[in-house]
Every structure is written in structure tokens, then in C-alpha cells.
Write a protein that binds this ligand. Structure first.
Ligand SMILES: [Zn+2]
Length: 155
């Protein structure tokens, strides 16, 4: 069965201040166990199941905690699963569409009414575009007129 969590990332400084062991549950203090199971992580508002996700789990209260590297890995794999589910444009493809139209990241963000850092997050792979945004990017790529339309209606 899948564990549905918004994983908590272990914070070393908080732990040592509280005098807890490295693998002590932040909830109840019991020693947690290394475990590998399906974890669910939200990506663009959608729960993505990631199988075989390493994490720590409390045998007493069932709290799930991820070490920093485990949390990074889980996020990477959740983004990858989302990307493949919707067959999204890759980070490089987004960059090349933008550069072909001589837009800066900020300009493209404005046209699509996105936050200022959004395009940079997509192009660096730190985040993935929602499936709906992917359609807009493909329109810009395949139908040059759509960019003129967006520019005309830019906020
Ligand atoms: Zn616990």
C-alpha cells in the first residue's frame, strides 16, 4: 500500500538542540527504521507515486522523515514521473523555443503570466511545467502566430 505523505525533511540542527539521536523520531523519540516503499509527492497539484523511495519511518507513531539526500532523490523522481506521464518538453527544448524567439526568461514568464523565476526553474530542471503550460509552449513552438497573439494580450 502506498504511504501518502508530505515528507518532513530531517533537520540536523533542530535534532541536536533537542538532544535527539540522528535516527530518533521527531514526534515521539522512538528510533526510526530505514525503509523503502511507495511515497506520494505533489507535483503541480497532483499526487505522484514514487515506488521504492528510501526514508525513515517511526515504528511507534508511523511518522515518515526523509534525510536531505532522500528528499532530493524523491523530488527528482517525482518530477521525472510527472514529466513522462504527460510526455512534457524537456528543459533543453523549452530553452531552445525561448531562444529561437529571442525572449529572455523574464519576458517569456510575463507572456505566460508566470512568476519571474518559473522559466529558470523549468530550464534548470528544478521544476517541471504543468501539462497545460506544456501545451502553450508547444503552441509557441509550432504556431508562430500564437506568440504575436500573446504579445498583443500581454498584461
Ligand atoms: Zn514516532
Amino acid at each position: 500500500m502506498a504511504t501518502k505523505v508530505r515528507p518532513r525533511v530531517a533537520r540536523e540542527d533542530k535534532r541536536s538542540r533537542a538532544g535527539l539521536a540522528d535516527d530518533a523520531c521527531p514526534n515521539c523519540g522512538a528510533i526510526m527504521r530505514e525503509r523503502s516503499a511507495v511515497l506520494r509527492l505533489p507535483v503541480n497539484g497532483e499526487e505522484i507515486a514514487v515506488p521504492d523511495s528510501a526514508h525513515l519511518r517511526c515504528p511507534k507513531c508511523r511518522e515518515v522523515v526523509l534525510r536531505m539526500d532522500q528528499a532530493r532523490k524523491l523530488r527528482e523522481r517525482a518530477l521525472e514521473a510527472y514529466r513522462s506521464r504527460y510526455d512534457l518538453l524537456t528543459a533543453d527544448e523549452i530553452r531552445s523555443i525561448r531562444e529561437r524567439h529571442r525572449l529572455t526568461q523574464a519576458q517569456l514568464a510575463r507572456l505566460l503570466r508566470l512568476g519571474g523565476n518559473t522559466i529558470s526553474r523549468w530550464e534548470s530542471g528544478r521544476n517541471v511545467q504543468a501539462a497545460a503550460m506544456d501545451v502553450l509552449l508547444r503552441l509557441i513552438r509550432d504556431i508562430p502566430e500564437s506568440l504575436r497573439y500573446l504579445k498583443k494580450h500581454a498584461a
